[in-house]
Design a protein around this ligand. Sequence first.
Ligand code: GAP
Length: 513
Amino acid sequence: MANQEDIFKNIISHSKEYGFIFQSSEIYDGLSAVYDYGQMGVELKKNLREYWWKSMVQMHENIVGIDTAIFMHPTTWKASGHIDAFNDPLIDNKDSKKRYRADVLVEEYLSKIEAKIQKEVDKAKERFAESFNEATFRSTNSRVIENQTKIETINTRFKNALDKNELTEVRQIIIDCEIVCPISGSKNWTDVRQFNLMFSTSMGSVSEDASTIYLRPETAQGIFVNFLNVQKSGRMKIPFGIAQTGKAFRNEIVARQFIFRMREFEQMEMQFFVRPGTEKEWYNYWKETRMKWHNSLGLGETNYRFHNHIKLAHYANAACDIEFKFPFGFKELEGIHSRTDFDLKAHEQYSGKKLQYFDSELNQNYVPYVVETSVGLDRLFLAVISKAYTEEKLEDGTTRVTLNLPPFLAPIKVAVFPLIKKDNLPEKAHEIMNLLKYDNACIYDEKDTIGKRYRRQDAIGTPFCVTIDHQSLEDNAVTLRYRDTMQQERVNINALAQIIEDKVSFKKQLSLL
Ligand code: GAP
Protein backbone atom coordinates (compact mmCIF):
# COMPACT_ATOMS: atom_id res chain seq x y z
CA MET A 1 0.00 0.00 0.00
CA ALA A 2 1.25 3.47 -0.84
CA ASN A 3 2.24 5.60 2.16
CA GLN A 4 0.75 9.02 2.91
CA GLU A 5 3.73 10.81 1.39
CA ASP A 6 3.31 8.97 -1.92
CA ILE A 7 -0.44 9.56 -1.89
CA PHE A 8 0.17 13.27 -1.33
CA LYS A 9 2.58 13.33 -4.29
CA ASN A 10 -0.07 11.59 -6.39
CA ILE A 11 -2.68 14.17 -5.35
CA ILE A 12 -0.35 17.00 -6.40
CA SER A 13 0.37 15.49 -9.80
CA HIS A 14 -3.30 14.56 -10.29
CA SER A 15 -4.25 18.19 -9.54
CA LYS A 16 -1.97 19.33 -12.31
CA GLU A 17 -2.81 16.62 -14.84
CA TYR A 18 -6.55 17.25 -14.63
CA GLY A 19 -6.51 21.05 -14.55
CA PHE A 20 -7.11 21.71 -10.86
CA ILE A 21 -3.92 23.46 -9.75
CA PHE A 22 -0.82 24.69 -11.56
CA GLN A 23 2.35 26.21 -10.18
CA SER A 24 2.20 29.98 -10.81
CA SER A 25 4.38 31.16 -13.73
CA GLU A 26 5.45 27.58 -14.36
CA ILE A 27 7.15 28.37 -17.69
CA TYR A 28 9.56 30.57 -15.72
CA ASP A 29 10.18 27.72 -13.27
CA GLY A 30 7.40 28.86 -10.99
CA LEU A 31 7.06 31.26 -8.10
CA SER A 32 7.43 29.61 -4.74
CA ALA A 33 4.24 29.11 -2.70
CA VAL A 34 2.05 30.78 -5.33
CA TYR A 35 -0.43 28.70 -7.32
CA ASP A 36 -2.98 29.09 -10.10
CA TYR A 37 -6.30 27.30 -10.25
CA GLY A 38 -7.05 25.60 -13.57
CA GLN A 39 -10.34 24.99 -15.34
CA MET A 40 -11.50 22.31 -12.87
CA GLY A 41 -9.94 23.86 -9.79
CA VAL A 42 -11.68 27.16 -10.31
CA GLU A 43 -15.08 25.42 -10.35
CA LEU A 44 -14.42 23.38 -7.22
CA LYS A 45 -13.08 26.45 -5.43
CA LYS A 46 -16.09 28.50 -6.54
CA ASN A 47 -18.47 25.81 -5.25
CA LEU A 48 -16.72 25.70 -1.88
CA ARG A 49 -16.86 29.50 -1.63
CA GLU A 50 -20.53 29.48 -2.59
CA TYR A 51 -21.37 26.82 -0.03
CA TRP A 52 -19.66 28.85 2.68
CA TRP A 53 -21.29 32.08 1.51
CA LYS A 54 -24.80 30.63 1.32
CA SER A 55 -24.52 28.92 4.69
CA MET A 56 -23.19 32.09 6.32
CA VAL A 57 -25.05 34.90 4.58
CA GLN A 58 -28.12 33.38 2.96
CA MET A 59 -28.97 31.05 5.84
CA HIS A 60 -28.53 33.61 8.61
CA GLU A 61 -30.94 36.52 8.75
CA ASN A 62 -28.47 38.51 10.82
CA ILE A 63 -25.35 38.06 8.67
CA VAL A 64 -24.56 40.18 5.62
CA GLY A 65 -21.64 40.06 3.23
CA ILE A 66 -19.24 42.71 1.96
CA ASP A 67 -16.27 42.89 -0.39
CA THR A 68 -13.57 45.31 0.71
CA ALA A 69 -10.38 46.40 -1.04
CA ILE A 70 -7.08 44.60 -0.67
CA PHE A 71 -5.29 47.92 -0.18
CA MET A 72 -6.20 49.76 3.00
CA HIS A 73 -4.99 52.90 4.71
CA PRO A 74 -1.61 52.01 6.25
CA THR A 75 -2.75 53.09 9.72
CA THR A 76 -5.16 50.14 9.65
CA TRP A 77 -2.18 47.84 10.12
CA LYS A 78 -0.68 49.96 12.87
CA ALA A 79 -3.99 49.78 14.75
CA SER A 80 -4.43 46.05 14.20
CA GLY A 81 -0.94 45.33 15.50
CA HIS A 82 0.31 43.81 12.24
CA ILE A 83 3.08 46.36 11.68
CA ASP A 84 4.56 45.78 15.11
CA ALA A 85 3.79 42.18 15.82
CA PHE A 86 2.97 40.13 12.71
CA ASN A 87 6.38 38.52 12.71
CA ASP A 88 8.03 35.15 12.35
CA PRO A 89 11.37 34.42 14.09
CA LEU A 90 13.91 33.58 11.36
CA ILE A 91 17.26 31.87 11.43
CA ASP A 92 19.71 31.13 8.60
CA ASN A 93 22.12 28.26 8.27
CA LYS A 94 25.48 29.77 7.31
CA ASP A 95 26.60 26.72 5.35
CA SER A 96 23.53 25.96 3.25
CA LYS A 97 22.42 29.64 3.21
CA LYS A 98 18.91 28.29 3.83
CA ARG A 99 16.45 30.27 5.90
CA TYR A 100 14.14 28.66 8.45
CA ARG A 101 11.46 29.65 10.89
CA ALA A 102 12.95 29.07 14.33
CA ASP A 103 9.60 27.94 15.72
CA VAL A 104 9.20 25.40 12.91
CA LEU A 105 12.67 23.96 13.55
CA VAL A 106 11.82 23.50 17.22
CA GLU A 107 8.33 22.13 16.46
CA GLU A 108 9.80 19.57 14.07
CA TYR A 109 12.40 18.57 16.65
CA LEU A 110 9.63 18.08 19.22
CA SER A 111 7.49 16.06 16.84
CA LYS A 112 10.44 13.70 16.29
CA ILE A 113 10.53 13.09 20.05
CA GLU A 114 6.76 12.67 20.00
CA ALA A 115 7.19 10.07 17.23
CA LYS A 116 9.72 8.19 19.41
CA ILE A 117 7.17 8.06 22.22
CA GLN A 118 4.51 6.83 19.83
CA LYS A 119 6.86 4.09 18.61
CA GLU A 120 7.37 2.87 22.19
CA VAL A 121 3.61 2.90 22.73
CA ASP A 122 2.93 0.99 19.50
CA LYS A 123 5.58 -1.61 20.34
CA ALA A 124 4.13 -2.15 23.80
CA LYS A 125 0.61 -2.32 22.40
CA GLU A 126 1.68 -5.13 20.12
CA ARG A 127 3.54 -6.95 22.90
CA PHE A 128 0.80 -6.76 25.54
CA ALA A 129 -2.17 -6.97 23.16
CA GLU A 130 -5.51 -7.08 25.05
CA SER A 131 -4.04 -6.29 28.46
CA PHE A 132 -2.39 -3.07 27.24
CA ASN A 133 -3.36 0.15 28.99
CA GLU A 134 -1.92 3.14 27.18
CA ALA A 135 -2.43 5.69 29.97
CA THR A 136 -0.64 3.48 32.52
CA PHE A 137 2.16 2.74 30.08
CA ARG A 138 2.70 6.43 29.31
CA SER A 139 2.82 7.32 33.00
CA THR A 140 5.18 4.52 34.05
CA ASN A 141 7.60 3.75 31.20
CA SER A 142 10.87 5.49 31.98
CA ARG A 143 11.84 6.24 28.36
CA VAL A 144 8.41 7.69 27.63
CA ILE A 145 8.49 9.81 30.79
CA GLU A 146 11.98 11.05 29.98
CA ASN A 147 10.99 12.09 26.45
CA GLN A 148 7.72 13.63 27.58
CA THR A 149 9.56 15.72 30.17
CA LYS A 150 12.04 16.81 27.48
CA ILE A 151 9.14 17.98 25.27
CA GLU A 152 7.50 19.91 28.08
CA THR A 153 10.74 21.57 29.20
CA ILE A 154 11.65 22.73 25.69
CA ASN A 155 8.11 23.85 25.00
CA THR A 156 7.98 26.03 28.11
CA ARG A 157 11.42 27.46 27.50
CA PHE A 158 10.57 28.24 23.89
CA LYS A 159 7.21 29.83 24.66
CA ASN A 160 8.77 32.02 27.34
CA ALA A 161 11.53 33.12 24.98
CA LEU A 162 9.04 34.05 22.25
CA ASP A 163 6.70 35.83 24.67
CA LYS A 164 9.54 37.99 25.93
CA ASN A 165 10.99 38.35 22.43
CA GLU A 166 14.31 36.98 23.72
CA LEU A 167 15.79 36.00 20.38
CA THR A 168 19.20 35.00 21.79
CA GLU A 169 17.43 32.46 23.98
CA VAL A 170 15.48 31.19 20.94
CA ARG A 171 18.79 30.58 19.16
CA GLN A 172 20.26 28.96 22.29
CA ILE A 173 17.39 26.46 22.39
CA ILE A 174 18.15 25.46 18.79
CA ILE A 175 21.83 25.01 19.74
CA ASP A 176 21.01 23.11 22.96
CA CYS A 177 18.67 20.76 21.11
CA GLU A 178 21.49 20.16 18.61
CA ILE A 179 19.13 20.89 15.72
CA VAL A 180 20.94 20.61 12.39
CA CYS A 181 20.11 22.13 9.01
CA PRO A 182 18.36 19.43 6.94
CA ILE A 183 20.37 20.51 3.86
CA SER A 184 23.93 21.05 5.12
CA GLY A 185 23.65 18.91 8.25
CA SER A 186 25.51 21.63 10.18
CA LYS A 187 24.72 23.54 13.38
CA ASN A 188 26.27 26.73 12.04
CA TRP A 189 23.33 29.07 12.75
CA THR A 190 23.05 32.85 12.49
CA ASP A 191 21.26 34.97 15.10
CA VAL A 192 17.48 34.87 15.16
CA ARG A 193 15.66 37.92 13.74
CA GLN A 194 12.03 38.89 13.61
CA PHE A 195 10.67 39.13 10.07
CA ASN A 196 7.40 40.92 9.28
CA LEU A 197 5.09 38.83 7.11
CA MET A 198 3.31 41.67 5.33
CA PHE A 199 4.08 42.47 1.70
CA SER A 200 4.45 46.17 1.06
CA THR A 201 4.34 48.37 -1.98
CA SER A 202 4.03 52.10 -2.55
CA MET A 203 1.14 54.21 -3.68
CA GLY A 204 1.51 57.45 -5.62
CA SER A 205 3.10 58.24 -8.97
CA VAL A 206 5.90 60.50 -7.71
CA SER A 207 8.39 58.96 -5.37
CA GLU A 208 8.21 61.88 -2.91
CA ASP A 209 4.46 61.34 -2.63
CA ALA A 210 4.84 57.65 -2.26
CA SER A 211 3.61 56.13 0.92
CA THR A 212 4.07 52.55 1.96
CA ILE A 213 0.95 50.50 1.79
CA TYR A 214 0.46 46.82 2.50
CA LEU A 215 -1.26 43.92 0.83
CA ARG A 216 -3.75 42.84 3.49
CA PRO A 217 -2.59 39.81 5.51
CA GLU A 218 -6.19 39.06 6.55
CA THR A 219 -9.59 40.13 5.24
CA ALA A 220 -10.93 40.79 8.75
CA GLN A 221 -9.69 44.38 9.01
CA GLY A 222 -11.80 45.40 6.01
CA ILE A 223 -14.79 44.25 8.05
CA PHE A 224 -13.77 46.07 11.23
CA VAL A 225 -13.23 49.43 9.55
CA ASN A 226 -16.64 49.12 7.84
CA PHE A 227 -18.45 48.01 10.97
CA LEU A 228 -20.46 51.23 11.37
CA ASN A 229 -21.10 51.68 7.63
CA VAL A 230 -22.74 48.27 7.46
CA GLN A 231 -24.50 48.54 10.82
CA LYS A 232 -26.07 51.89 9.93
CA SER A 233 -26.84 51.31 6.24
CA GLY A 234 -28.21 47.82 6.93
CA ARG A 235 -29.95 48.84 10.19
CA MET A 236 -28.30 45.82 11.79
CA LYS A 237 -29.13 44.91 15.37
CA ILE A 238 -26.66 43.19 17.62
CA PRO A 239 -25.91 40.29 17.51
CA PHE A 240 -25.07 40.42 13.80
CA GLY A 241 -22.31 39.27 11.50
CA ILE A 242 -20.38 40.59 8.50
CA ALA A 243 -18.88 38.03 6.14
CA GLN A 244 -16.28 38.40 3.44
CA THR A 245 -14.23 36.22 1.14
CA GLY A 246 -11.11 37.44 -0.57
CA LYS A 247 -7.38 37.34 -1.13
CA ALA A 248 -4.86 37.75 1.67
CA PHE A 249 -1.07 37.89 1.38
CA ARG A 250 1.68 36.75 3.72
CA ASN A 251 5.37 36.56 3.02
CA GLU A 252 5.61 33.06 4.48
CA ILE A 253 9.18 31.96 4.99
CA VAL A 254 8.59 28.29 5.16
CA ALA A 255 6.13 27.77 2.37
CA ARG A 256 5.54 24.07 1.96
CA GLN A 257 2.97 21.37 1.52
CA PHE A 258 1.50 22.51 -1.77
CA ILE A 259 -1.45 24.88 -1.24
CA PHE A 260 -1.43 24.45 2.55
CA ARG A 261 0.81 27.45 3.18
CA MET A 262 0.80 29.99 0.37
CA ARG A 263 2.00 33.54 -0.04
CA GLU A 264 -1.19 34.57 -1.82
CA PHE A 265 -4.31 32.80 -0.60
CA GLU A 266 -7.99 33.29 -0.04
CA GLN A 267 -9.79 33.60 3.27
CA MET A 268 -13.47 33.29 4.16
CA GLU A 269 -14.02 35.25 7.32
CA MET A 270 -16.99 36.30 9.41
CA GLN A 271 -16.92 38.75 12.28
CA PHE A 272 -19.87 38.37 14.63
CA PHE A 273 -20.56 41.48 16.72
CA VAL A 274 -22.08 40.78 20.12
CA ARG A 275 -22.99 42.44 23.38
CA PRO A 276 -20.02 42.48 25.79
CA GLY A 277 -20.31 39.63 28.25
CA THR A 278 -22.09 37.31 25.79
CA GLU A 279 -18.99 36.53 23.73
CA LYS A 280 -18.20 33.15 25.34
CA GLU A 281 -21.70 31.91 24.59
CA TRP A 282 -21.34 32.99 20.95
CA TYR A 283 -17.84 31.59 20.75
CA ASN A 284 -19.22 28.17 21.74
CA TYR A 285 -22.08 28.57 19.28
CA TRP A 286 -19.71 29.28 16.39
CA LYS A 287 -17.34 26.48 17.38
CA GLU A 288 -20.18 24.00 17.17
CA THR A 289 -21.74 25.55 14.05
CA ARG A 290 -18.48 25.58 12.11
CA MET A 291 -17.62 22.00 13.08
CA LYS A 292 -21.08 20.92 11.91
CA TRP A 293 -20.49 22.75 8.63
CA HIS A 294 -17.21 20.93 8.03
CA ASN A 295 -18.82 17.60 8.90
CA SER A 296 -21.58 18.29 6.38
CA LEU A 297 -19.00 17.89 3.62
CA GLY A 298 -18.94 14.19 4.41
CA LEU A 299 -15.15 13.81 4.59
CA GLY A 300 -15.39 11.79 7.82
CA GLU A 301 -15.94 13.15 11.32
CA THR A 302 -12.79 11.51 12.69
CA ASN A 303 -10.73 13.67 10.32
CA TYR A 304 -11.52 16.80 12.34
CA ARG A 305 -10.59 17.86 15.84
CA PHE A 306 -10.51 21.03 17.92
CA HIS A 307 -7.24 22.40 19.12
CA ASN A 308 -7.87 24.89 21.91
CA HIS A 309 -5.24 27.60 22.21
CA ILE A 310 -3.72 27.59 25.66
CA LYS A 311 -1.60 30.62 25.05
CA LEU A 312 -3.92 33.35 23.78
CA ALA A 313 -3.04 36.29 21.57
CA HIS A 314 -3.19 39.61 23.45
CA TYR A 315 -6.56 40.49 21.88
CA ALA A 316 -8.34 37.18 22.48
CA ASN A 317 -10.12 35.74 25.50
CA ALA A 318 -10.72 32.35 23.85
CA ALA A 319 -9.44 30.78 20.64
CA CYS A 320 -9.29 27.42 18.93
CA ASP A 321 -8.48 25.83 15.59
CA ILE A 322 -10.49 23.27 13.73
CA GLU A 323 -7.77 20.89 12.60
CA PHE A 324 -8.08 18.52 9.67
CA LYS A 325 -6.20 15.29 9.04
CA PHE A 326 -4.28 16.28 5.90
CA PRO A 327 -2.04 13.64 4.26
CA PHE A 328 0.81 15.14 6.34
CA GLY A 329 -1.11 14.98 9.64
CA PHE A 330 -3.58 17.05 11.66
CA LYS A 331 -3.14 20.75 10.85
CA GLU A 332 -5.13 23.96 11.22
CA LEU A 333 -7.97 24.41 8.77
CA GLU A 334 -10.02 27.13 10.43
CA GLY A 335 -9.55 29.50 13.34
CA ILE A 336 -12.32 30.57 15.71
CA HIS A 337 -11.39 33.50 17.91
CA SER A 338 -13.15 35.51 20.57
CA ARG A 339 -11.36 38.80 19.78
CA THR A 340 -12.99 40.95 22.47
CA ASP A 341 -13.33 44.64 21.54
CA PHE A 342 -9.63 44.89 20.73
CA ASP A 343 -9.86 45.67 17.01
CA LEU A 344 -12.74 48.15 17.11
CA LYS A 345 -11.21 49.96 20.09
CA ALA A 346 -7.82 50.13 18.36
CA HIS A 347 -9.45 51.59 15.22
CA GLU A 348 -11.32 54.11 17.38
CA GLN A 349 -8.05 55.14 18.95
CA TYR A 350 -6.07 55.45 15.71
CA SER A 351 -8.83 57.02 13.60
CA GLY A 352 -10.32 59.26 16.26
CA LYS A 353 -13.79 58.07 15.10
CA LYS A 354 -16.28 56.39 17.40
CA LEU A 355 -17.09 52.79 16.48
CA GLN A 356 -19.89 52.22 18.91
CA TYR A 357 -23.31 50.71 18.85
CA PHE A 358 -26.40 52.04 20.59
CA ASP A 359 -28.16 49.13 22.23
CA SER A 360 -31.77 50.27 22.57
CA GLU A 361 -32.66 47.40 24.91
CA LEU A 362 -29.95 48.44 27.35
CA ASN A 363 -30.24 52.13 26.46
CA GLN A 364 -26.47 52.19 26.28
CA ASN A 365 -23.61 52.80 23.85
CA TYR A 366 -20.78 50.30 23.71
CA VAL A 367 -18.01 48.92 21.52
CA PRO A 368 -19.23 45.45 20.57
CA TYR A 369 -17.22 42.30 21.23
CA VAL A 370 -16.34 40.13 18.26
CA VAL A 371 -16.29 36.40 17.62
CA GLU A 372 -14.48 35.56 14.41
CA THR A 373 -14.57 32.48 12.20
CA SER A 374 -11.77 32.34 9.64
CA VAL A 375 -11.17 29.54 7.18
CA GLY A 376 -8.65 29.36 4.36
CA LEU A 377 -10.38 28.52 1.08
CA ASP A 378 -7.24 26.94 -0.37
CA ARG A 379 -6.78 24.78 2.72
CA LEU A 380 -10.39 23.75 2.50
CA PHE A 381 -9.79 22.86 -1.16
CA LEU A 382 -6.78 20.77 -0.14
CA ALA A 383 -8.78 19.01 2.59
CA VAL A 384 -11.56 18.14 0.15
CA ILE A 385 -9.38 17.03 -2.73
CA SER A 386 -7.07 14.96 -0.57
CA LYS A 387 -9.94 13.01 1.00
CA ALA A 388 -11.77 12.68 -2.32
CA TYR A 389 -8.76 11.25 -4.15
CA THR A 390 -9.19 7.48 -4.34
CA GLU A 391 -7.16 4.78 -6.08
CA GLU A 392 -9.25 1.66 -6.46
CA LYS A 393 -8.19 -1.75 -7.80
CA LEU A 394 -10.88 -3.11 -10.07
CA GLU A 395 -11.69 -6.75 -10.71
CA ASP A 396 -10.02 -6.63 -14.14
CA GLY A 397 -6.73 -5.65 -12.45
CA THR A 398 -6.76 -2.02 -13.59
CA THR A 399 -6.69 0.91 -11.19
CA ARG A 400 -9.47 3.46 -11.21
CA VAL A 401 -8.61 6.93 -9.92
CA THR A 402 -11.69 8.78 -8.75
CA LEU A 403 -12.37 12.05 -7.02
CA ASN A 404 -15.21 11.11 -4.70
CA LEU A 405 -16.29 14.69 -4.29
CA PRO A 406 -19.65 15.46 -2.71
CA PRO A 407 -21.74 15.86 -5.91
CA PHE A 408 -22.76 19.45 -5.14
CA LEU A 409 -19.08 20.45 -5.07
CA ALA A 410 -18.02 18.62 -8.24
CA PRO A 411 -16.57 20.98 -10.90
CA ILE A 412 -18.62 19.28 -13.61
CA LYS A 413 -21.98 17.77 -12.74
CA VAL A 414 -22.79 15.99 -15.99
CA ALA A 415 -20.70 14.71 -18.91
CA VAL A 416 -22.55 14.11 -22.14
CA PHE A 417 -21.18 11.59 -24.67
CA PRO A 418 -22.41 10.53 -28.08
CA LEU A 419 -21.50 6.85 -28.41
CA ILE A 420 -19.89 7.61 -31.77
CA LYS A 421 -19.09 10.79 -33.68
CA LYS A 422 -21.68 10.28 -36.41
CA ASP A 423 -25.25 9.17 -37.24
CA ASN A 424 -26.76 12.29 -35.63
CA LEU A 425 -25.59 11.20 -32.17
CA PRO A 426 -23.46 14.37 -31.61
CA GLU A 427 -26.49 16.50 -32.52
CA LYS A 428 -28.69 14.63 -30.05
CA ALA A 429 -25.95 14.94 -27.40
CA HIS A 430 -25.86 18.71 -27.93
CA GLU A 431 -29.63 18.81 -27.48
CA ILE A 432 -29.10 17.26 -24.05
CA MET A 433 -26.28 19.71 -23.30
CA ASN A 434 -28.70 22.54 -24.09
CA LEU A 435 -31.29 21.01 -21.81
CA LEU A 436 -28.98 20.69 -18.82
CA LYS A 437 -26.42 23.47 -19.14
CA TYR A 438 -28.59 26.26 -17.69
CA ASP A 439 -28.63 24.60 -14.27
CA ASN A 440 -25.48 22.51 -14.32
CA ALA A 441 -21.82 22.72 -15.29
CA CYS A 442 -21.75 20.23 -18.20
CA ILE A 443 -19.01 18.91 -20.45
CA TYR A 444 -19.28 17.40 -23.91
CA ASP A 445 -16.80 14.73 -24.98
CA GLU A 446 -16.72 12.61 -28.11
CA LYS A 447 -13.05 11.56 -28.10
CA ASP A 448 -11.79 8.03 -27.30
CA THR A 449 -13.74 4.99 -26.22
CA ILE A 450 -16.65 5.30 -23.80
CA GLY A 451 -14.58 3.47 -21.15
CA LYS A 452 -11.78 6.03 -21.39
CA ARG A 453 -14.27 8.89 -21.31
CA TYR A 454 -15.84 7.50 -18.12
CA ARG A 455 -12.40 7.24 -16.50
CA ARG A 456 -11.58 10.83 -17.40
CA GLN A 457 -14.76 12.00 -15.67
CA ASP A 458 -14.10 9.79 -12.63
CA ALA A 459 -10.72 11.48 -12.32
CA ILE A 460 -12.28 14.94 -12.11
CA GLY A 461 -15.14 13.78 -9.91
CA THR A 462 -18.11 14.13 -12.30
CA PRO A 463 -21.04 12.38 -10.59
CA PHE A 464 -23.06 11.68 -13.78
CA CYS A 465 -22.25 10.62 -17.33
CA VAL A 466 -24.92 10.46 -20.00
CA THR A 467 -24.36 8.38 -23.14
CA ILE A 468 -26.44 8.77 -26.29
CA ASP A 469 -26.66 5.77 -28.60
CA HIS A 470 -28.65 4.87 -31.71
CA GLN A 471 -31.55 3.65 -29.61
CA SER A 472 -31.77 7.11 -28.01
CA LEU A 473 -32.86 8.57 -31.34
CA GLU A 474 -35.84 6.24 -31.28
CA ASP A 475 -36.90 5.99 -27.62
CA ASN A 476 -35.65 9.33 -26.24
CA ALA A 477 -33.78 7.44 -23.52
CA VAL A 478 -30.07 7.53 -22.60
CA THR A 479 -27.64 5.58 -20.45
CA LEU A 480 -27.01 7.31 -17.15
CA ARG A 481 -23.81 6.18 -15.46
CA TYR A 482 -23.06 6.88 -11.78
CA ARG A 483 -19.51 7.74 -10.72
CA ASP A 484 -19.49 6.08 -7.32
CA THR A 485 -21.05 2.72 -8.18
CA MET A 486 -20.19 2.71 -11.91
CA GLN A 487 -23.74 1.41 -12.37
CA GLN A 488 -25.65 2.31 -15.47
CA GLU A 489 -29.34 2.63 -16.08
CA ARG A 490 -31.58 3.56 -18.95
CA VAL A 491 -33.35 6.84 -18.27
CA ASN A 492 -35.79 8.94 -20.27
CA ILE A 493 -34.25 12.26 -21.29
CA ASN A 494 -37.15 14.15 -19.69
CA ALA A 495 -36.30 12.63 -16.29
CA LEU A 496 -32.57 13.54 -16.38
CA ALA A 497 -32.76 17.09 -15.01
CA GLN A 498 -34.64 16.03 -11.87
CA ILE A 499 -32.37 13.04 -11.11
CA ILE A 500 -29.33 15.30 -11.35
CA GLU A 501 -30.92 18.15 -9.40
CA ASP A 502 -31.78 15.80 -6.51
CA LYS A 503 -28.11 14.93 -6.08
CA VAL A 504 -26.30 18.17 -6.79
CA SER A 505 -28.50 20.89 -5.35
CA PHE A 506 -27.17 23.26 -2.73
CA LYS A 507 -30.65 23.37 -1.26
CA LYS A 508 -30.54 19.80 0.00
CA GLN A 509 -27.06 20.29 1.36
CA LEU A 510 -27.94 23.54 3.13
CA SER A 511 -31.03 22.03 4.66
CA LEU A 512 -28.82 19.48 6.46
CA LEU A 513 -27.09 22.24 8.41
N1 GAP B 1 -8.37 36.90 10.77
C1 GAP B 1 -7.82 35.81 11.48
C2 GAP B 1 -6.76 35.12 10.76
O1 GAP B 1 -6.32 35.55 9.72
P1 GAP B 1 -5.24 33.00 10.86
O2 GAP B 1 -5.31 31.81 11.80
O3 GAP B 1 -3.95 33.67 10.70
O4 GAP B 1 -6.38 33.98 11.39
C3 GAP B 1 -7.06 32.00 9.28
O5 GAP B 1 -5.76 32.54 9.43
C4 GAP B 1 -7.04 30.87 8.27
O6 GAP B 1 -6.46 31.32 7.04
C5 GAP B 1 -6.19 29.68 8.68
O7 GAP B 1 -6.91 28.79 9.52
C6 GAP B 1 -5.87 29.05 7.34
O8 GAP B 1 -6.93 28.22 6.90
C7 GAP B 1 -5.78 30.26 6.41
N2 GAP B 1 -4.36 30.62 6.19
C8 GAP B 1 -3.57 31.36 6.97
N3 GAP B 1 -2.35 31.50 6.44
C9 GAP B 1 -2.37 30.82 5.27
C10 GAP B 1 -1.41 30.58 4.24
N4 GAP B 1 -0.19 31.11 4.28
N5 GAP B 1 -1.77 29.83 3.17
C11 GAP B 1 -3.02 29.31 3.09
N6 GAP B 1 -3.96 29.50 4.03
C12 GAP B 1 -3.65 30.25 5.10
